[in-house]
Design a protein around this ligand. Structure first.
Ligand code: SF4
Length: 470
């Protein structure tokens, strides 16, 4: 499975205290990062930050939220793509600089991080973390400009890659999205004021209205009284991450102007148009295969059924009797329903196949209950390339579709049939916007020229391979 990246939120409120709203918003973005969580608030005089390792609920209790008093604030949940998983790298990050003090939360991956960092270190910058997000603070501080807006305008041309970030200063809240718009960033409005969030689920949870996406290449500026204006620092060249729709984002979110569940239903419908299968039922691999399975069932007429029950309480650190026994880990999460499987010709559908190891374990688990036939469907095309834009992917060598043919993968998975959604089918669903998405993990056509230094931890294994520059 690809690993999520990060989730960000920023709230300006007429209320004296935003910490509970920030906490609830972060909980709704928990799927985007489970390694660390943090909140910074501003009370009109100073900023206060609490952050720590673990889930939002592990870092924040009533005591912590009572300590965080402020009428505006920003929050972050993290999964590391650049930088180690340590509390030093947890966000928000805070800095006092010659242009004032501010805090920042970032979702994405800056592909020219190492090069820019080296340059700043030569000029005397002292980095406290090995996260690429800190680079933005140093670039702002070294810009030579006298205010944050002028500094942003200068430095945003220097950073390359994927970035959706929020900066909080005493006077402003700024939402920034890179010119390609790889990661989502949505503007909303609650009854108490404006909100910025990675996904709209954080806005609607707070009973807010979705106003619009921050556009690629745009900076949205929110004043303390809630007045909003914006400017473009670069012309938009949208290459939004199609995988946000396929897997990362929550089905109830609206990102890139469309509901995620609806998009996934269309993936299933398109797959049903592309393949003809003799089966008694379609069973989703929960949760990410549910929406596409509904679409497949609607289009093909093959009944949808539940055959795997997911345990939502399996934490990150449960006691595993045999750490090497991956199949037991999968069984702890997914338990089959014997009566819906035994003697039936079943289709299993998942959002994607990355290494293939989990898919193989699930199929073997299902086979213990004597199905007549097991067909495996992937609601996305074959993943052949790693991602450099804020997603932690295995190296190319570990991606099963990069090395094996469809038939070899079918045999490895122990499936009777294996089908992937075609790339053409995926683009068809994107419709008139199909050129506005990144498909690099499928076709290797990377929208931003790759600079290998400072990329994800698996990057070394990918050096010199399959990069097609634009
Ligand atoms: S390479 Fe794949 S995961 Fe990465 S941004 Fe592009 S579509 Fe998304």
């Amino acid at each position: 499975m690809f690993k999520h990246e990060c989730g960000v939120v920023g709230i300006v409120s007429e209320l004296k205290n935003t910490s509970y709203d920030l906490y609830f918003a972060l909980r709704s973005l928990q799927h985007r990062g489970q390694e660390s969580a943090g909140i910074t608030v501003y009370d009109g005089k100073s900023m206060k930050t609490i952050k720590g390792m673990g889930l939002v609920d592990e870092v924040f209790g009533v005591k912590e939220l009572m300590e965080l008093k402020g009428y505006k604030g920003i929050g972050h949940v993290r999964y590391s793509t650049t930088g180690k998983s340590t509390v030093e790298n947890a966000q928000p990050i805070f800095a006092r600089t010659n242009i004032g003090h501010f805090a920042l939360v970032h979702n994405g991956n800056l592909i020219n991080y190492r090069k820019l960092r080296k340059g700043l270190e030569k000029r005397g910058a002292i980095f406290l973390t090995d996260s690429d997000s800190e680079l933005i603070l140093h670039l702002l501080a070294f810009s030579g400009q006298s205010d944050i807006i002028s500094a942003l305008k200068e430095i945003l041309h220097k950073v390359k890659g994927a970035f959706s970030f929020i900066i909080m200063t005493p006077d402003l809240m700024l939402g920034v999205r890179d010119p390609y718009g790889f990661r989502p960033l949505v503007l909303g409005e609650t009854e108490h004021g404006p909100i910025l969030a990675s996904e709209s689920c954080a806005i609607t949870l707070l009973k807010g209205k979705i106003v619009r996406d921050i556009n690629p290449g745009e900076v949205v500026v929110i004043q303390n009284k809630g007045n909003i204006n914006s400017f473009y620092f670069d012309s938009p060249t949208p290459k939004m991450c199609i995988f946000e729709y396929i897997y990362f984002a929550r089905p109830d979110s609206y990102i890139f102007g469309q509901n995620v569940h609806e998009f996934r239903v269309k993936l299933g419908e398109q797959l049903a148009k592309e393949v003809s299968i003799d089966a008694d039922k379609i069973i989703p691999i929960p949760d990410s295969g549910i929406s596409a399975s509904l679409g497949f069932s609607r289009e093909s007429g093959i009944p949808y059924d539940r055959g795997l029950i997911r345990d939502h309480y399996t934490g990150r650190t449960f006691i595993n009797p045999s750490p090497k026994d991956r199949s037991f880990k999968v069984r702890m999460k997914l338990n089959p329903i014997k009566s819906t499987i035994e003697g039936k010709k079943i289709i299993l559908l998942d959002d994607s196949i990355v290494r293939g190891t989990t898919s193989k374990i699930i199929i073997n688990l299902i086979r213990e209950f004597n199905p007549k036939k097991v067909v495996f469907l992937s609601a996305s095309p074959m993943i052949k390339n790693p991602c450099y834009y804020g997603i932690d992917t295995p190296s190319r060598n570990e991606l099963i579709a990069a090395k094996k043919t469809n038939e070899e993968i079918r045999k490895y998975l122990n499936a009777d049939e294996l089908h992937y959604l075609s790339l053409e089918g995926l683009k068809k669903i994107a419709g008139t916007r199909c050129d506005s998405f990144c498909y690099a993990c499928f076709n290797g056509e990377y929208p931003v020229k790759a600079d290998y230094s400072g990329l994800s931890k698996n990057i070394k294994a990918c050096e010199g391979k399959q990069i097609k520059l634009f």
